[in-house]
Design a protein around this ligand. Structure first.
Ligand code: FAD
Length: 308
C-alpha cells in the first residue's frame, strides 16, 4: 500500500515542502544525501577515500521531459568531473547517471538525445580516467537503457549498467552481460513492478538475486554487488571465494548513509567497496524510495537529530 501511494505523493508540491523543510526531513537528507552542490559531493568522496572507500556520484534528478533540462544535467555532470579533476580525485571515480536525467523521456528524439548527452559525459569521464554507470529505472526503460549501453560501449568500453534482480528477465540479461570488460551492478530494484514482469515479495527477490550473483561471479565480467542485505553480502563473499575471485575483480556497492559500519568492515577485509553518493537539490524521489524500502530509516534520522 505504502509503495503504491508514495510515488504520486512524492511529486506533490506540499510533500516536497514538508520533505525538505522540517527538522526531521533535514535529518534524513543529511544522512542520505551528500548535500545540494557538487562541492558537497566532492567533499563526501574525499571523506570516503580517507576511509578506504571508492565512490560513484549521482546528481539527483529524474523525470526530465525538456531538452534544455537534460542539457543542464549534462553540464552539471561535466562540472562535477572538472571539480574532481582539480581536486585530484577523478581517476577511479565512477559517475552514476539516469538516462531519464539526460533526456530519455523528452518527446520525439528522447532516446537519441540521451545517447548523445551520455556520450559527451563518457568522453569527459574517459579524459579524467573516471568511469560511468547507467542507473536502471523502471522496467519500461530496461530495453532502451541496455540498447544505449551497447552503443556507448563501442566507444567507451568502461560504461557499466545496472540489472535489477526483481525483474523476471534479469537472469538472461546477466548471462548476456557477464562478459570480459563488462561492468554490471546487480541490485534488487527500487521500483514497484507488476507481477507480469517482476518477482513479488522479498524472499522471491532475494532468491533471484542469489541466482544472478552466481551468474555474474562465475562469468568473466566485473560484478558490482549492490545490496545492504546481510545474507546476500555474506553469500556473495563466500561465492566469490569459492570461484577464486580476487578482490580486484569485483566490488561491493552500498548507498551513502546506509550501513556505514558495514561499508568500513567490508573494506577492512580487503574487499573493494564503493559508496553511491547522491547530491543535488532534487532529492525527494530518491529519499522516497529509501523510506519506502526501509521505513525504519525515518527512525534512524530521528535518532540522529535527537543526539545532535
Ligand atoms: P533491502 O531488502 O532493502 O534490505 C535487506 C536487509 O538489509 C534489511 O533487512 C536489513 O537487514 C539490511 N538493511 C537495509 N537497509 C539498512 C539500513 N538503513 N540500516 C541497517 N540495515 C539495513 N535500484 C534501482 O532500481 N536502480 C539502480 O540503478 C539502483 N542503483 C543502486 C546502487 C547502489 C549502490 C545500491 C546499494 C542500490 C541501488 N539501487 C538501485 C537500489 C536497490 O535496488 C534497492 O532498492 C536497495 O538497495 C534496497 O535493497 P537491499 O538489497 O539493500 O536490501
Amino acid at each position: 500500500m505504502i509503495q503504491k501511494l508514495m510515488p504520486p505523493v512524492s511529486r506533490h508540491p506540499l510533500t516536497r515542502a514538508l520533505v525538505t523543510r522540517t527538522p526531521l526531513a533535514r535529518g534524513i537528507i543529511d544522512r542520505f544525501v551528500a548535500g545540494p552542490s557538487d562541492t558537497d559531493a566532492i567533499a563526501a568522496v574525499a571523506g570516503l577515500a580517507d576511509l578506504g572507500l571508492l565512490a560513484t556520484v549521482d546528481l539527483l534528478g529524474e523525470d526530465i521531459t525538456r531538452a534544455q533540462d537534460a542539457a543542464d544535467t549534462l553540464l552539471a555532470y561535466l562540472g562535477l568531473l572538472d571539480l574532481a579533476d582539480r581536486a585530484g580525485i577523478a581517476a577511479g571515480l565512477d559517475v552514476s547517471v539516469k538516462l531519464s536525467a539526460l533526456g530519455q523521456a523528452v518527446p520525439r528524439d528522447g532516446r537519441k538525445l540521451s545517447y548523445e548527452n551520455a556520450a559527451e559525459l563518457c568522453a569527459r569521464a574517459a579524459a579524467a580516467n573516471a568511469t560511468v554507470t547507467l542507473d536502471m529505472e523502471d522496467h519500461t526503460t530496461t530495453d532502451s537503457t541496455l540498447d544505449t549501453l551497447v552503443e556507448l560501449r563501442r566507444d567507451f568500453p568502461f560504461v557499466g549498467a545496472v540489472l535489477q534482480a526483481q525483474l523476471l528477465r534479469t537472469e538472461t540479461d546477466c548471462r548476456d552481460l557477464a562478459t570480459a570488460g563488462s561492468r554490471v551492478r546487480l541490485c534488487k530494484g527500487a521500483y514497484r513492478e507488476p507481477s507480469a514482469v517482476a518477482y513479488q515479495g522479498r524472499p522471491a527477490v532475494a532468491a533471484a538475486y542469489a541466482r544472478c550473483l552466481g551468474i555474474l561471479l562465475t562469468g568473466s565480467g566485473y560484478p558490482m554487488i549492490a545490496t545492504h542485505d546481510p545474507a546476500l553480502l555474506n553469500l556473495a563473499g563466500r561465492f566469490a571465494e569459492h570461484v577464486g575471485r580476487l578482490p580486484a575483480t569485483f566490488e561491493y556497492q552500498l548507498l551513502y548513509g546506509v550501513r556505514p559500519g558495514e561499508q568500513r568492515r567490508l573494506a577492512s577485509t580487503g574487499a573493494t567497496v564503493r559508496v553511491y553518493v547522491p547530491y543535488g537539490a532534487d532529492c525527494v524521489p530518491y529519499l522516497t524510495r529509501r523510506l519506502v524500502e526501509r521505513p525504519t530509516n525515518l527512525l534512524l534520522a530521528a535518532r540522529a537529530l535527537r543526539s545532535r
